[in-house]
Design a binder for this molecule. Structure first.
Ligand code: BG6
Length: 494
């Protein structure tokens, strides 16, 4: 039986979509696996006046897809309590405090508190402030706060939010969610790099030509139009997920595989990203917005989106890292809504052999000059397939001597993948363990926002020609041209 974790969760935004889609199922899986047993309780709060019974029904409904034994579902749901709560009203925190203390005694929770802020970010500061002023933190156990994205809208607002939080919590009590860091294959980046001499010894500008990170989505904005229209793809995906992935791909080897050592290396990597000057933005970053294609509506026709919205639903960019390891290697990143398919992949494109001895007509090429040999590509498939692919040149079968690219392929088997925890389950488990390795730390965020702010500001000041790509494509042509002008191309093409 796993080591039981003991804690009281207080979920602000307990009636919301995130709680129902992600948090309750993840907590339930931790319960099924025995990480949560008798000594846990959950208070769900939101403004609505729900009863505990109704809350239990909602919890039970949120687990419907898991096909679990109803008796276990009911046992699990009995640990949940609902408290109607206005986050701006100090009185309400006193009620919450009393309930917390009662549950602490009832379930033997040893003063361990996890506050989960799963609601609009403009309330994070108020909640943190009240948790302190109404003495909601305990002295005898741990106090941790888990924060959902977005963490700020730009550097200034992120800093302000951080100041509000750190007035109540220390940095080591703050768990900022980036759910990509909970994904199996994103965590695997470190295993591949630091567990295999063949990769780590080639992981630099002498052998790597360029790196490509693609987070592609097939769906549009769905129900999140209001949030998304204020955010756009750059803030929604690049500032957080993509830059976090880049930091894991580019950081130096940490002294030990610990939260502190990894954070030190990630911060160094992010600070080494070459900042763009406003006049360099247009050459290095491409934005897009989807048109309609008869089957799906254009972004500007979506519900709650203004017909002249200039929000980016696609971004492609070139990021340079100015350090000894990466100088000269472009990192191309792209993400967007309504693209060809839903997948995430990372392509590490190696330099070609310097001389192609198989074809005498070929020029003697240095690094990236074209020889007819294809470059080796290591692909990390993050989703939906989880695994790796390595493209190599081999002899084509048959008479004569010609080379042809072949692929070595590994994918986690479907049974292992089905049993592997979902990102939120993994992250909740880490937070219960006090392990913030797979959460975003403030210095990382600060560097990411500073990089992204320059691009966003330039875009805000210049009107784009939108819409500029078709649903089902891989974004505007300018995204391909971004690589072509460096003599490269996207490994994944539609
Ligand atoms: C979220 C973004 O952070 O990530 C969404 O806000 C996006 O817009 C989602 O759809 C993608 O996550 P995943 O895990 O489905 O790739």
């Amino acid at each position: 039986m796993p080591n039981e974790k003991i804690a009281l969760f207080t979920i602000f935004g307990g009636t919301g979509d995130l709680a129902q889609r992600k948090l309750y199922p993840s907590l339930f899986k931790l319960y099924q696996k025995g990480y949560l047993q008798e000594h846990f309780a959950v208070i769900g709060t939101a403004r609505r006046p729900w009863t505990d019974d109704h809350y239990h029904e909602v919890i039970s409904d949120s687990l419907a897809d898991l096909d679990a034994d109803q008796k276990i579902v009911d046992q699990f749901a009995s640990h949940f309590y609902y408290q109607s709560h206005d986050v701006t009203d100090a009185e309400h925190y006193l009620t919450l405090k009393k309930l917390s203390e009662k549950l602490d005694a009832q379930y033997g929770l040893q003063g361990n508190r996890i506050f989960y802020l799963a609601m609009a970010p403009n309330f994070f500061g108020t909640i943190a402030q009240h948790l302190r002023s109404e003495n909601m933190l305990t002295d005898n156990g741990f106090n941790r706060v888990i924060i959902e994205k977005p963490f700020g809208h730009d550097y200034a607002s992120a800093e302000e939010l951080n100041n509000q939080l750190t007035a109540t919590f220390n940095e080591d009590q703050i768990y900022r969610i980036d759910h990509y860091l909970g994904k199996e294959m994103i965590q695997n980046i470190s295993a591949i790099r630091f567990g295999n001499n063949i990769w780590e010894s080639l992981w630099n500008n002498r052998y790597i030509s360029n790196v490509q990170v693609t987070l592609s989505e097939k769906l549009g904005v769905e129900e999140r139009a209001v949030y998304y229209d204020n955010s756009g793809a750059l803030r929604d995906m690049v500032q957080n997920h993509i830059l976090q992935i880049l930091s894991l791909l580019t950081m130096d080897q940490p002294v030990e595989f610990t939260e502190q050592d990894i954070d030190v290396e990630k911060v160094k990597a992010l600070r080494s990203i070459r900042p763009l000057k406003p006049e360099e933005v247009a050459d290095n970053f491409v934005r897009g917005q989807y048109a309609d294609n008869g089957d799906v509506k254009a972004y500007r026709q979506e519900d709650k989106i203004s017909p002249d919205s200039n929000t980016d639903t696609f971004v492609a960019g070139k990021v340079m890292i100015d350090n000894f390891r990466w100088s000269g290697v472009p990192f191309y990143v792209r993400t967007g809504k309504r693209l060809a398919d839903k997948f995430t992949r990372i392509d590490i494109v190696f330099k070609r052999p310097i001389v192609n001895i198989f074809n005498h007509d070929d020029v003697r090429a240095n690094d990236d000059d074209a020889t007819s040999l294809e470059p080796n590509v290591l692909t990390i498939n993050v989703e939906p397939t989880e695994g790796f692919e390595l493209r190599m040149n081999a002899k084509a079968v048959g008479q004569g001597f010609a080379t042809t690219p072949v692929k070595l392929n590994y994918a986690h088997d479907s049974e292992a993948t089905a049993n592997s925890p979902e990102a939120y389950e993994r992250l909740l488990h880490d937070a219960l363990n006090g392990d913030a390795t797979n959460f975003t730390h403030w210095q990382e965020l600060a560097s990411s926002w500073k990089f992204v702010d320059v691009i966003q500001q330039y875009w805000d000041e210049h009107t784009p020609e939108f819409p500029n790509y078709c649903p089902g494509s891989m974004g505007p042509d300018a995204s391909d041209e971004l690589l072509q002008k460096d003599g490269h191309q996207w490994v994944y093409k539609n």
